[in-house]
Design a protein. Structure first.
Length: 208
């Protein structure tokens, strides 16, 4: 396991929130979830890439540790046949946060951070914007990695007939491309916007 996904990195995030005894059992359970065989994209690779982006992009946060903890959990539950993955992930985090002694206001912010990764509304806070932009950084990845990601998503939805998948996938990608800005945060915009638009336009063209 990489250093970014190791227990020491996990424990540091909790320590920054005032929790000195991070749950090793929860860390191990999370990693097992990200390693589930039906995950092609929403896997340890995606989690590690998100944490790497957070390290590399200099974006100011109100509570960096809350953003990082939400990243650990944002795809904790992932079943492509369901539509409540974010809610179930947020509920898992809330249970762990409550048991770890985090206060209600912090838990509410953590819940909202995960729910904003549904990508069905604009982020309401600086931290939500950073989390969303981190989750979407894959759209602005180098061409080869974007192509791999596109194929990974298709494998996760291999149960969907090709004609239907192509139509739905094109709708999703066109939705991102139609935005005035894909990335809300200025640092993420500078780092990924141009490449993301090129990647999306190419992928949409293939689905036409």
């Amino acid at each position: 396991m990489s250093e970014r996904l190791g227990f020491a990195a996990w424990a540091r995030v909790w320590a920054q929130l005032g929790v000195e005894c991070a749950s090793r059992q929860t860390h191990e359970a999370l990693i097992r979830h990200y390693r589930e065989p039906h995950r092609a994209y929403h896997s340890c690779q995606h989690l590690e890439e998100c944490l790497q982006v957070r390290d590399c992009v200099d974006a100011a946060c109100q509570s960096p540790a809350e953003v990082d903890l939400a990243l650990w959990f944002h795809d904790a539950i992932y079943d492509p046949l369901r539509h409540d993955n974010e809610l179930r992930s947020a509920q898992w985090l809330d249970t762990v946060a409550r048991d770890s002694g985090l206060d209600e206001a912090t838990r509410r912010r953590l819940h909202d951070l995960i729910m904003v990764t549904r990508h069905d509304g604009a982020p309401a806070t600086v931290d939500e914007a950073v989390l969303v932009d981190t989750d979407l950084a894959i759209l602005g990845a180098p061409f080869e990695r974007f192509e791999e990601y596109d194929q990974q998503v298709r494998r996760e939805y291999r149960h969907v007939p090709s004609f239907l998948y192509r139509r739905k996938r094109r709708q999703v990608l066109e939705g991102f491309l139609a935005r005035e800005r894909i990335y809300t945060n200025a640092a993420y915009f500078d780092a990924f916007e141009q490449q993301a638009r090129a990647n999306l336009a190419r992928a949409i063209g293939r689905l036409a």
